[in-house]
Design a protein around this ligand. Sequence first.
Ligand code: GLN
Length: 483
Amino acid sequence: MSNRLWTEEAVRLHEMFVAGKVSCEEIVQDHLEHLAAVDPGIGAFLHVAADQALAQAKEADRWSTEERQMRPLSGVPIAVKDNIVTQRMPTTAASRMLEKFYAPYNATVVEKLYAAGGILMGKTNLDEFAMGSSTEHSAFHPTRNPWQRDRVPGGSSGGSAAAVAAGMVPIALGSDTGGSIRQPAAYCGIVGMKPTYGRVSRYGLIAFASSLDQIGPMARTVRDAALLYHVIEGPDARDATSLPLTASPPTRSGPWRIGVPREYFQEGIDPRVGDVIDRYLRRLSDAGHEIRDLSLPHTRYAVATYYLIAPAEASSNLARYDGVRYGFRCDARDLVSLYERTRDEGFGPEVKRRILLGTHALSSGYYDAYYLTAQKVRTLIRQDFDAAFNAVDFVVAPTTPDVAFRFGERDDDPLKMYLGDIYTVTANLAGLPAISLPAGWVDGLPVGVQWMARPLFDNALLDAAQAAEALMPPFQFPQEVRE
Ligand code: GLN
């Protein structure tokens, strides 16, 4: 049957399944067929768990209406970024280092998906260990942007973003250390949210930079992102940085005071992206919201700060891949050459670059100049936002300075790639919740706008995002995947 179930939102699929209008098996089958038709040209998945998904669906079809209702994701196919560990599927982090790795446990978020009745369709592609902005650094294959196949989908959650934009799944999990949910969401024309640091358990997320990493939802609509977010949020005894679920602060229904940081429109922004955001802001003011100019003066240091702190933490987190404990291992005559050869052959060039950068920044004699200074600037960046949120309810800015670029365009210029992260790394450094929403188009490529809120105001952020979404035309699939 082809009801084009794959075009439906997660909330709709769930409703239809609960109402008995469609079986879970039909939903999963339709998505698997669509996936098989379009993914060969896109490469969003590293592993498709067709048999497991169908078995899960058959089990769900035996549930009573009440059981279906109790589980908010029953009837909903989901993809999971392949740096989130799954017991019954491989977890590679898109690295040779973990090529044949099966985790002995499920990440907390994965347990929550299962408990909520969600159907796990498989694992999506990423930049190796989530280090990158294009998914070109996957050790296995690149992922193509569903809107223009010669363009990158963004990264590092490029597989999840492309899978959602192309209708292979309605919702997916990504992870965001410096923009890896929001930037690919922007490049693929979908919604992607990085929750407040501590809102979602990191237990079972393969660590990149532990003080910055958060898991979050990606979807085609805000209400689908909210559905997934509410399933995964909450405290976890296995993650010491997870926060208690305090009652969320009351949401005002608007009009809001919206702050627009002028530093996010300065050097480096593609003027066509700037124009799209200007038009977007006019829509907001026409809808009655107050738009205020504001300054986040330390923005100019954000990229440098992030590219010291993230690699420093990565160099420590990645020390565990030594050829003894996990996955890949080289034959060697002695222990030292075992370590050396395993790490030399197991890690790709971008990961090595980060380890070198981070080890240097932490080394004695340089620690104060680099790592410690970066931590101090991180505090200044957080203070910029504290001051901003004394005056406004939300900060709204472009998600990226540009639209999806071509394969290879930034491959040999890491600095150029890093500079593209300027608008997203700040929310991670400050621990804020932030969401990227579709804002318009430049030459057939999507432009994203980012909404940021005070820490713990995730619900308020989602409510505002949903109201703002209503000012824009609804999501439409790329021509090539419409069949
Ligand atoms: N693009 C950024 C980087 O390369 C962010 C990655 C991420 O958020 N995982 O580090």
